[in-house]
Design a protein around this ligand. Structure first.
Ligand SMILES: C[S@@+](CC[C@H](N)C(=O)[O-])C[C@H]1O[C@@H](n2cnc3c(N)ncnc32)[C@H](O)[C@@H]1O
Length: 243
C-alpha cells in the first residue's frame, strides 16, 4: 500500500501539463452526457494501456474501493494514478447530480462482460428501482430511527441504493452481497459515496460480503464500515474490524 505521503504525491508530483490536461478533460467531459463520456474515456484509456476494457474497469473499481476502505491504494496501480483521478472525479460528480441512482450500472453495461446468461447479471433500471423503493418504504408503518437493509444479490446496487435513499431513518444498516466481487465493490462505493456526498442519514453502516447467497456467504466477509456517528447501543453495531 502507498503511505499517505506517497498517496498525496499521486497528485502533487504531476507536471503542470498533466494538471492542465486533467482540468481540460474534466471540463470537456462534463459537457453533454457525462455517463457516455466516461464510457468513451474508459475505452480510450484501456486501449492506451493495452488492456481489455472490462479488466481496466475492474481495476478502477478496485482502486476506488481501496481508497474508500483504506484511504490508500496499492503500489501496483501507481501507473494509473491519472486515470484514477478522473474516474473518481466523474463518479463523485454523478453521485452529487444523481443521488442514490445506480450510475456505475450504466458503465458496467457498456464496458464490462457482464454475465447475463449464467448469473442473471442484468440490473434494475433506475426508474423501476425508485418505484419499488417507494412501495417498500411505504409499507413501513412505524417511524423507525434505525433500519436494516439486506440485499443478497446486489449487483451494482440499483435497488438497494434507491431503497436506502428513500428511507427516513437516522441510522441505516445495510448488508450487501453478490457472487461477483467487482460488483459488490461497485455497490459499496456507491452507497458510501452517497452517504459522504448527499448525507441522507446521520449514520450509515455497510457490511459487504462476496459469496453465494443460496449457500453460505458468512465466510466471505469483505469489509464493514461506519460512516457518521457510531450508534450508542453496542448491540446495534457489532461488526468485526475492516478487512
Ligand atoms: C438480477 S441481478 C440483481 C440486480 C440488483 N439487485 C439490482 O438492483 O440491479 C442478479 C445479480 O445477482 C448475482 N447473483 C446471481 N446468483 C447469485 C448467487 N447465488 N449468490 C449471490 N449473487 C448472485 C449476479 O452476480 C448479479 O449481480
Amino acid at each position: 500500500m502507498l503511505t499517505r505521503e506517497e498517496e498525496n504525491k499521486l497528485v502533487s508530483d504531476w507536471t503542470d501539463a498533466e494538471r492542465n490536461n486533467l482540468a481540460k478533460m474534466h471540463t470537456k467531459l462534463m459537457l453533454g452526457n457525462a455517463q457516455k463520456n466516461l464510457v468513451k474515456l474508459i475505452k480510450q484509456k484501456s486501449q492506451e494501456f493495452a488492456k481489455k476494457e472490462s479488466v481496466f474497469l475492474e481495476e478502477l473499481i478496485d482502486m476506488f474501493f481501496q481508497h474508500i476502505t483504506n484511504n490508500s491504494i496499492s503500489r501496483k496501480y501507481y501507473q494509473y494514478k491519472y486515470s484514477f483521478e478522473w474516474f473518481r472525479f466523474f463518479i463523485e460528480k454523478l453521485t452529487a447530480e444523481k443521488p442514490y441512482e445506480d450510475n456505475l450500472g450504466y458503465i458496467f453495461h457498456k464496458v464490462s462482460n457482464i454475465d447475463k446468461k449464467n448469473l442473471g447479471q442484468s440490473f434494475t433500471p433506475n426508474d423501476l428501482s425508485k418505484l419499488i423503493s417507494v412501495l417498500l418504504n411505504h409499507s413501513v408503518t412505524n417511524i423507525q430511527t434505525h433500519r436494516k437493509f439486506y440485499e443478497p444479490t446486489c449487483g451494482t446496487g440499483s435497488l438497494v441504493l434507491a431503497t436506502v435513499g428513500d428511507s427516513d431513518c437516522q441510522t441505516a444498516e445495510v448488508t450487501i452481497n453478490d457472487l461477483d466481487l467487482t460488483l459488490v465493490k461497485a455497490c459499496y462505493i456507491q452507497l458510501a459515496l452517497n452517504q459522504l456526498i448527499n448525507r441522507k442519514h446521520k449514520t450509515l453502516i455497510i457490511r459487504a460480503f462476496n459469496g453465494d447467497a443460496l449457500t453460505d456467504f458468512s465466510k466471505s466477509h469483505l469489509v464493514s464500515q461506519c460512516f457518521g456517528e457510531q450508534p450508542s447501543d453496542p448491540e446495534d453495531f457489532n461488526f468485526s474490524s475492516a478487512a
